[in-house]
Design a protein around this ligand. Structure first.
Ligand SMILES: Cc1ncc(COP(=O)(O)O)c(C=O)c1O
Length: 401
């Protein structure tokens, strides 16, 4: 039997695969350090847990409204007002099973086969695949210098076939915060050219040293082409709930996304929605605490990088990832990542998965001890002069390279 052409085009998620691979190796008893992860280690906010328990105790676990329960949608309106300064009403909001589904719904409703979707490199691993799933043509825009594409580079990539521009702020994998100037110009450009602008803001509160992710709504004369994506996965560490959302002043777009969702997943888990509502309406200190922990972790990691010669590090301004140029050690990031996993049992994500080879994505959401231990191993593995064997738990690793 032949599979569809789309089934042949869509690739696996490298990050989810890495999670599965490291979990399997850990299960075999190997002392793996996972510095490739994409979720905070912090326990779920109590308000979310209590809301879930309360919901479960009703013993009513049923289908819920296709586009999300009205209470959660209202809470998202409040969140949007606070963080974007945009006055959304319930019909401007759709709740989805994770930000990922919200992004996919958006692309389904914005892109016709052959339409181009422009986004900066390095990009989140799923963007090219999702664009292809809806029949679009991914147009990644690589920066001429370093790891941050400029507005002018994005502008040059826009053609009459461009249907949407999307970007993640702050960005996975490099922790780049696109500032006022970039966002303002991009909003103006997309509005002028009648192009959709999707901002993926899933890490937006996870920023350091006073950095701010500007609200795209602030610069639009008519924001009807803007769709902002967010959710509880990263900021509240609630990746397992699978709750995200999209907000737009364009009710037609939100309604279309709702129809797609209704015909594909019917609705979200109402238990998860209860948890997300608990997180959004409960005490918010957990977010500040998470930011503080991540910033401390990031500073520790930056200190460790100083011990490695010949790498190029751009300090992240947000998220919980760093994206480091290891090309002087190996231009092939897949090979380098595999080498580190095989030789010193540290998991990292190859830059090639994000569109930039020669780099590795190293996360700092894994806890201080893991960061220090993982970096101890990486430093040893890459240091030509370190000839003494390395002790990893009960294992002694000899250098054969
Ligand atoms: C940039 C970006 N957008 C969206 C998502 C998906 O978020 P969710 O888990 O809510 O689907 C992720 C998850 O890693 C991400 O990194």
């Amino acid at each position: 039997m032949k599979l569809s052409s789309i089934a042949g085009v869509v690739g696996e998620s490298p990050t989810l695969n890495l999670n599965a691979k490291t979990a399997a190796l850990k299960k075999q008893g190997l002392p793996i350090i996972h510095l490739g992860g994409g979720e905070p280690e912090t326990p779920a906010p109590l308000s979310a847990v209590e809301a879930i328990i309360k919901k479960v105790q009703t013993r009513k676990i049923k289908y819920s409204p296709a586009t999300g329960g009205p209470e959660l949608r209202k809470a998202v309106c409040g969140y949007t007002k606070s963080f974007y300064g945009f006055e959304a009403a319930v019909p401007n909001v759709i709740i989805s099973s994770g930000a990922k589904q919200a992004i996919y719904n958006f692309l389904m409703c914005a892109v016709n086969p052959g339409d181009e979707v422009v986004y900066p490199v390095p990009y989140w691993v799923s963007y090219p695949e999702m664009v292809q799933l809806v029949g679009g043509r991914p147009v990644p825009v690589a920066p001429a210098k370093g790891i941050e594409s400029t507005f002018e580079e994005i502008q040059k990539a826009i053609t009459p076939k461009t249907k949407a521009v999307m970007f993640n702020n702050p960005g996975n994998p490099a922790g780049i915060v696109y500032g006022e100037d970039f966002v303002k110009k991009l909003v103006e450009l997309c509005e002028q050219r009648g192009i959709w602008l999707m901002t993926d803001d899933i890490y937006h509160q996870l920023v350091f040293g006073g950095a701010k992710t500007p609200s795209p709504f602030k610069y639009a004369k008519n924001p009807d082409n803007i769709v902002a994506i967010n959710g509880v996965s990263k900021v509240y560490g609630l990746t397992g709930l699978r709750i995200g959302w999209a907000v737009s002043s364009n009710k037609e777009m939100i309604a279309a996304m709702g129809r797609v969702q209704a015909q594909t997943t019917s609705c979200n888990s109402d238990v998860s929605e209860a948890g997300a509502l608990g997180a959004l309406t409960g005490p918010q200190d957990c977010v500040a605490e998470l930011v503080q922990t991540l910033e401390e972790n990031k500073n520790i990691l930056m200190g460790e990088y100083k011990k490695i010669k010949d790498i190029s590090v751009t300090e992240p301004k947000g998220t919980f990832y760093s994206f480091v140029d290891f090309s002087k050690y190996n231009k092939d990031s897949m090979a380098l990542s595999e080498f580190l996993l095989e030789k010193v049992m540290v998991a990292t994500v190859p830059g090639a998965c994000f569109g930039l080879d020669g780099y590795l994505r190293i996360s700092y959401c894994a806890g201080k001890e893991n960061i220090l231990e993982g970096m101890r191993r990486i430093i040893w593995a890459l240091d030509k002069d370190a000839r003494e064997p390395l002790k990893i738990g009960g294992i002694t690793v000899q250098k054969d390279w």
